[in-house]
Design a protein around this ligand. Structure first.
Ligand code: SF4
Ligand code: SF4
Length: 124
């Protein structure tokens, strides 16, 4: 199993980490403008066009920046409950329970199983 997060869409809500039963996800800081990856934001298998470059897609920011649901959105660092962004550091452990796929605000989780079937998150 392979799991990655499309970093340009991640709000940092931490829902994925909270629901995953096998600890696939870690929350990492968003780094600095000069070095977005300074805290390990690109520590999963996201391809080049989905790596963290320090910029979130404007439509994702517009949708979530004012939402007050107890989760920080787009905060530079994680405070233990939310903030930063998600990195699928243990993707090989995924059991395809699909819990994260319906909880992901940014609709930015991509899972590929061992038969090359791809699953993408859709927020419910
Ligand atoms: S589908 Fe995989 S990554 Fe997502 S919550 Fe389930 S085990 Fe974790
Ligand atoms: S659930 Fe989606 S938007 Fe929220 S932190 Fe995880 S990957 Fe990012």
């Amino acid at each position: 199993m392979d799991v990655f997060v499309e970093k340009e869409k991640c709000t940092g809500c931490q829902h994925c980490k909270d629901v995953c039963p096998v600890a696939v996800f870690e929350m990492k800081g968003r780094g600095t403008p000069d070095n977005p990856d300074s805290e390990g934001a690109n520590g999963d298998t996201a391809p080049a066009d989905h790596k963290w470059t320090g910029k979130t897609l404007p439509d994702i920011v517009a949708k979530w920046q004012s939402v007050q649901d107890g989760h920080k959105h787009f905060a530079k660092d994680n405070d233990g409950t939310s903030g930063g962004l998600s990195v699928a550091t243990q993707g090989s452990a995924c059991i395809l329970c699909q819990a994260c796929l319906i909880e992901c605000e940014g609709e930015c989780i991509v899972i590929t199983d061992d038969s090359s079937n791809t699953y993408k998150s859709i927020y419910k």
